[in-house]
Design a protein around this ligand. Structure first.
Ligand code: MG
Length: 349
């Protein structure tokens, strides 16, 4: 995995004579052409992008193609542990991984606000490049639009991902069965709290960093080991709580989880308590839930722990009441864990 450290790099010279994004009628047409060539092509270089065609002609290995799309509007653009560029790559790549698909290609569309510093765009694009190369995806086509000052928040990004399921594994809610075990791939709630801390300028001690990360490598290890994965889902909006409720509902089964078994870092727990937030509802961007047969759970957990040692079995599936999620509390009681009523923290991805 190659990570590019952009924190101590600066925007290369050619862009410095265009410090801010302009609208086309304000002389921005030629500037945009240079941005495309000197910034986007240079960062995402690959034959499909360089072909200069209206669309990317893709080579797909044998298997079932998967496509997914997402838009990213996080505020602020940079936060501890990540930024909108890393999020725009990891978020979409992770949705492919949750289908059991090897991520291969991304498209990306930028909506830029007039007046944005090109240095900021450059940093975001370098972060996308690093995230894409860490997961082995190519950014093969894209688009850029500029909107008037005051009509955007600097940068919005959309990415669409294409991947391929290379084996016969069927990973979907319909395969969840009674007695399956529920595993979470690491400690929860870090992304939402990191973004909120950056937005509200809160200083957490120790600082909370986003968990923003690619998930495909862990899933690939599990598939290679022929673990019979029944279902996967990344715990993004609505956090772990939303994932458990969605999957209990779509499988028509009951999920029983144990609160004490859910991994939660002390600083995230503390920050949630102070702010009156339920950590189970706080978004992650690099954590997922795997539902596997009991017989495969130990091996699955071992693979997830190789990437993150806080991965844990948190509960099991029963044939109780369809769609119900229950939580065993630390004092031994059991309560219903409802679907989050609304968005706890807006604009976190
Ligand atoms: Mg998802």
């Amino acid at each position: 995995m190659s990570e590019l450290n952009i924190s101590n790099m600066t925007c290369p010279l050619p862009l410095n004579d265009h410090p801010r994004i302009k609208m086309a009628h304000g002389g921005g047409g030629r500037m945009m052409q240079r941005l495309i060539e000197e910034l986007f092509f240079a960062a995402f270089d690959n034959p499909a992008l360089r072909s200069g065609h209206d669309g990317a002609v893709l080579e797909l290995p044998e298997g079932r193609p998967v496509m997914t799309t997402d838009s990213y509007v996080v505020r602020p653009l940079f936060f501890p542990g990540g930024d909108i560029g890393a999020l725009a790559v990891h978020g979409t790549v992770n949705d492919l991984a949750m289908c059991g698909a090897r991520p291969l290609y991304l498209s990306t569309s930028f909506i830029l606000e007039e007046g944005l510093e090109t240095e900021t765009l450059w940093r975001v694009v370098q972060s996308m490049r690093a995230a894409a190369s860490a997961t082995g995806v190519q950014i093969v086509t894209g688009d850029t639009k500029v909107v008037e000052r005051g009509h955007g928040d600097g940068i919005y990004i959309n990415t669409t991902g294409v991947g391929v399921i290379e084996n016969e594994t069927q990973i979907r809610p319909g395969r969840i069965k009674k007695d399956d075990l529920i595993i979470v791939s690491g400690d929860i709630g870090r992304h939402g709290m990191a973004v909120m801390g950056a937005r509200e300028e809160l200083a957490f001690t120790p600082p909370i960093e986003s968990d923003c990360a690619p998930l495909w490598n862990t899933v690939a290890d599990m598939l290679d080991a022929e673990i019979d994965i029944h279902c996967l889902r990344d715990a993004t909006r609505g956090g772990l709580c939303a994932v458990l409720n969605e999957l209990a509902q779509s499988s028509g089964l009951q999920f029983d989880v144990v609160e004490n078994d859910i991994p939660l870092a002390a600083n995230v727990r503390g920050a949630c308590e102070v702010l009156g937030l339920d950590a189970l509802q706080v978004a992650c961007e690099g954590r997922f839930v795997a539902i596997v047969p009991k017989s495969d759970a130990a091996r699955a957990l071992e693979m997830m722990r190789a990437q993150n040692d806080s991965a844990a079995v948190i509960g099991r599936v029963t044939d109780g009441e369809a769609g119900l999620v229950t939580l065993q509390t630390p004092i031994g009681g059991r309560r219903i864990l409802d679907m989050p009523a609304g968005e706890l923290l807006p604009r976190i991805c």
